[in-house]
Ligand binder design. Sequence first.
Ligand code: TRP
Ligand code: ZN
Length: 876
Amino acid sequence: MRDAQPNAIYLKDYQPPAYLIDETHLDFQLAEEQTVVEARLKLRRNPAAEPADVLELDGAELELLEIEIDGTPLDEGAYTLTDEHLHLLSPPEEFELRCVTRIAPQDNTSLEGLYKSRTMFCTQCEAEGFRKITYYLDRPDVMSVFTVRVEADSERYPVLLSNGNLVDSKATETGRHWTLWNDPFPKPAYLFALVAGELEKVSDTFTTTSGRDVALHIFVEAKDLDKCDHAMRSLKHSMRWDEEVYGREYDLDVFNIVAVDDFNMGAMENKSLNIFNTSCVLAHPDTTTDQAFQRVEAVVAHEYFHNWSGNRVTCRDWFQLSLKEGFTVFRDAEFSADMGSRAVKRVEDATVLRSIQFAEDAGPMSHPVRPDSYIEISNFYTVTIYEKGAEVVRMIHTLLGPADFRRGSDLYFERHDGQAVTCEDFVAAMEDASGRDLSQFRRWYSQAGTPELAVSDNWDEATGTYTLTVSQHCPPTPGQPEKEPFHIPLKMGLLGDAGSLRLQIEGEAADTESEDNTSRVLEVTEASQQFAFSGLPERPVPSLLRAFSAPVKLHYPYTREQLAFIMSRDSDGFSRWDASQQLAIQVIGDAQSGAVDPLLIDAFGSLLQDDSLDPAMVAETLRMPSENYLADLAETVDVEAIHRGRQAVRTAIGKGLNEALLQRYRALASDASYQPDSAQVAARSLRNSCLAYLAQAGEAGVELAMAQYHEAANMTDRQAALATVVNCGNEAQRTELLEDFYQAWQHESLVVNQWFQVQAMCPQPGNLERVRALMEHPAFSLRNPNKVRALVGAFCSANPINFHRADGAGYQLLVDVVTELNATNPQIASRLLTPLTRWRRYGERREQMRAALEAIAALPSLSKDVYEVVTKSLTD
Ligand code: TRP
Ligand code: ZN
């Protein structure tokens, strides 16, 4: 909290640090009432920086007890203190700074810095949390070797961990004990971690290609020991995969993961001491859904991959965040694709882009993959930095091909090992290794907004030539009224009656070499460009943006018949799915006022009855585009019309395909013992979407769901049945299952979160009152981010019909929650606000939404996080 208006920080103002910190020695005295931290820093003037006579160190919420330079206590006149900084006046060229600070982790509700989660101490330092531990140069380009001593009560905190190798440990005579850790790899402060608690561990080992034995440990509370196998297996798969696909080996003798219940994000890649949200590490068939199993695998991989893309090579400044996050998300996505189904993973990722990132790109918080400025960096851990950033790396992969991309990544890691670098360095390594010119491609890093491609075509029957005209345009975003053309890889094919046609670009030599000459990547670089294909036997149907080759919106005036044709004939799984989505969007559009086009029902009917198709893809296809995505496509959002149209189509499918759905539902039943493998996950996913459609069609389907709930042998089937009954059942049925579920799982915090979430997402009228009531439930707490996300987050972002209630009560609920969290946990407060930031597009509701934002803007002491989001949302 502060008094003055917060300032924006600009990339163009970047200056190298005035000093470097070669060594960092920390000593923690952990206790219930206070924690005392002694820091001894070996500082030296940075030869690359302009000399200055004041050294500014970052520090927040610290009580300074002692300060010395080279063993001599500092006079009052030798330094100044503010709420955010310690200024050393005329410091020597080279010196040791010793600071003793007192902090109160037991009162730290922001979950940033050192804090307590249940009974354990833990840390979260990214992005700028280390300054809440001691005075420091808290920026990623200051890399230091850390030696850390942790002392605490032996009984309450038998496990004491930090980064790197355990050097020494000892019990004291006063019932306390300590451990001493050294991390040989210089690292920025954001990768520092400490954990102290009563923890049990699951252990395993991994032998790297070069023969290093690595001890792997997952630390959890004793009650969760049976939920670690999946994370451990995922970790070993990740370690092997990074060796095989990127040639990257692990570099220390130990790798630790710790699970904590109170955590702002998914997990954190601290060097050799990853800290995980329990929701991203614990998994057991009885308590965890397939989706959550997959998330555990992906997040374990993501954090592990950061050891190279993030830790060995880190970011120069926070504007470069996507350097590590975009690249690491690309790496974990490829890993997941290799572990499961590539096409399904691509569909899931495209869905996130379209329903969440495109909306961010079109809203007031829109920013480039490499932002130019920020007020609070925590607000920039966004889908743009992560998911669009990953798409930018993927486009480089597509343009270079796998071999040159690998050469580029090898060069990047070799050239910059141990350095803090920029997105530019990444692109330059890719260019140098491949010989490709990526100068125009760099605009993907600097220009915000979602490019739109308009495609038109022309068929010359006489010559058999088909011409595509591709025009690109990117709408204005804050601070960027005009955009230059992007370099866009557009993967495509042409379909004829006989299937995929051979592609011959006019003027190019005939392609006789490539295995697949029916698919290719067009490089769109101009505002408008033509591509002519010759020698075609018939007028083709174009299959465009195969595999979602670029994060763009593509417009081509497909007829419904053409979409149904692509759905049944395209060789690209993503394109088949995409055609089904476009068809569904059209059909939902007219269902808002009239009948449901039987074409869609027939198309879905054929998919449902075709046993040769991957059931996971069939399930993805049957899933209607989300209300959020439909809202993003609309000029002005009419929440009710979208909900009504989508529900009408779902009901029509449930009724029209009742027999086929029931048949498939029955055929997919299985009594095999639970495995989270792709075949089983696919079968459950399709079976449960059949169930949801059947329940949408009427009482018989709800009865089926009731039965499935009671018979389920795993949480995936049980939770799907519960959600179906909550959404479609009557009051008695819902109450019966909700009570039963709570009784059975009340002692499993993560399962209780599912119980909150299922209720938060129920579209039935009066749901807001239920959510209000659940906020008073003894199992709910505003202090635990997982609980807030499950109940309030899910309600506001995934239940549009109730959140946007006409009387504004949904907005008021969000205002109330944000008001409280602004004071206790600003990161979570500002994230929750996202649905309100879209107010301008909400026709009838916009004034109420604006008023809600204004109510928040008027709060007496706004955190930087919330301040940035509300002011950017309210200014035009
Ligand atoms: N680097 C983490 C990741 O993506 C992100 C993260 C974890 C984070 N905890 C955080 C970011 C808290 C901001 C605040 O893997
Ligand atoms: Zn990350």
